[in-house]
Ligand binder design. Structure first.
Ligand code: 13P
Ligand code: SF4
Length: 313
C-alpha cells in the first residue's frame, strides 16, 4: 500500500486506535512524530509498568522487540504489535539463550544469582532470577542475596557501572550496545571544550572512559528529571538521538547538545529507527506483526520481571 500524507496518516492512526481500543507506547528513542502520537513515552521500566497496567485490547509497542515481548509477557491476554518485526537490539543479540543456558550448566557449582538487563530475549529472561533496567539496576543488585555470586547479563558496561555504584562484585557477560560504545572519551571531550558550562549526561551503556566525563549517568527517564531540576541551562546528551525530542518537549527552556554524531555517525539506533508512522498505521490496521511466545516460556520469563516490578515500586 502506498503511504499517505502525514495529516491523513495521523488521522488514520487515531481512528484505528479507537476502533482497536489500542494503547500506543513509545520508547524515548522513537522519532518525534511517533513520540507525539503515543499515549505514553518513557524508558524500559516505565513502559513495562504501563504495559502491565493497561486495560486496552491492543498494545502497539513503538520500540524494539524485547520491549514489546516484555509487554506480552506481563499482559499475555493482550494483542501486542510491533510496527517493524526486525526491530532488534545488539545487546539482546550478544547473549543468545542457548549460550547462557550452556554457560549456567557448565558453571552449575557456582549457583549464580542471574540478573538480566531487560535488553534480552524471553529465553534469557526465563533463565534469570531477576530482571533490571538501567533505571533500577542499582536497587535490584542491592536487593540480591548476599550469599550467592551474581552473574550480570548481557551488558558489561551497565554491569560495571552498577559495580562502581554498589561496591558489589559481579561476573559480567561481555555484551554491549553498539550505539553507546561508539561514543569516545575524545569525542565527548571535544564537545565539552566547545560548551564548557554544559553538564554531560550519559547513559550507563556507555564505556567507563565516557562515564568518567559525565556529570550524571542515568536511564533515559531520569535524564528528564535531572535536566529539569539542574541549575545548568545546557546539557550534552550522550545517548541515542531520539532522547532529544523528549527533552526538548518536556524541558523547553533549556538547551540540549546531541552526542558526537559528527564523529561516529552512530547516535541513531538503527533498530529503534525502523519504526515509522506508516508501519504503525499498517500494524494497527492489520494487527500484524504480533509478538507471540510459547506459554511455558512466557510463564518462566514473567517471574523475574514481576520480581523486578515488585522491588522497584
Ligand atoms: P532505558 O531503559 O534507559 O530507556 O534504556 C533502554 C535502551 O535500550 C538504552 O539503549
Ligand atoms: Fe539496543 Fe542499543 Fe538500540 Fe538500546 S540503543 S535498543 S541497547 S541497540
Amino acid at each position: 500500500m502506498v503511504a499517505t500524507a502525514t495529516p491523513s496518516l495521523i488521522e488514520d492512526i487515531r481512528r484505528l486506535k479507537q476502533e482497536r481500543n489500542a494503547l500506543i507506547l513509545a520508547h524515548n528513542y522513537q522519532t518525534r512524530d511517533i513520540q507525539e502520537i503515543a499515549d505514553f513515552v518513557g524508558d524500559s521500566l516505565g513502559l513495562a509498568y504501563k504495559a502491565k497496567e493497561t486495560n486496552a485490547d491492543v498494545i502497539a509497542f513503538c520500540g524494539v522487540h524485547f520491549m514489546a515481548e516484555t509487554a506480552k509477557i506481563v499482559n499475555p491476554t493482550k494483542t501486542v504489535i510491533l510496527p517493524d518485526r526486525d526491530a532488534g537490539c545488539s545487546l539482546e543479540q550478544s547473549c543468545p539463550g542457548p549460550q547462557l543456558e550452556s554457560f549456567l550448566k557448565a558453571n552449575a557449582e557456582k549457583n549464580y544469582y542471574v540478573i538480566a538487563y531487560i535488553n534480552c530475549s524471553g529465553h534469557v529472561k526465563a533463565l534469570s532470577d531477576c530482571i533490571c533496567t538501567s533505571g533500577n539496576a542499582v536497587k535490584i543488585v542491592e536487593a540480591a542475596p548476599k550469599d550467592r555470586p551474581i552473574l550480570f547479563v548481557p551488558d558489561q558496561n551497565l554491569g560495571s557501572w552498577v559495580m562502581e555504584q554498589t561496591g558489589r562484585k559481579m561476573d559480567l557477560w561481555k555484551g554491549s550496545c553498539y550505539v553507546h560504545v561508539e561514543f569516545t572519551r575524545d569525542s565527548i571531550q571535544a564537545i565539552k571544550d566547545e560548551y564548557p558550562d554544559a553538564k554531560v549526561v550519559a547513559h550507563p551503556e556507555c564505556t567507563y572512559a565516557v562515564r568518567m566525563l559525565a556529570d550524571e549517568v542515568c536511564s533515559t527517564e531520569k535524564m528528564v528529571g535531572y535536566c529539569k531540576n539542574s541549575d545548568s541551562n545546557t546539557f550534552i546528551i550522550v545517548t541515542e538521538s531520539g532522547m532529544l525530542h523528549r527533552l526538548e518537549r518536556e524541558v523547553p527552556n533549556k538547551r540540549f547538545i546531541p552526542g558526537p554524531t559528527g564523529h561516529c555517525a552512530c547516535a541513531d539506533c538503527r533498530y529503534m529507527k525502523l519504526n515509522t508512522l506508516q508501519k504503525l498505521r499498517d500494524a494497527l490496521r492489520d494487527l500484524t506483526p504480533q509478538v507471540e511466545m510459547p506459554e511455558d516460556l512466557r510463564a518462566r520469563a514473567e517471574k523475574p520481571i514481576l520480581r523486578m516490578l515488585e522491588l522497584s515500586r
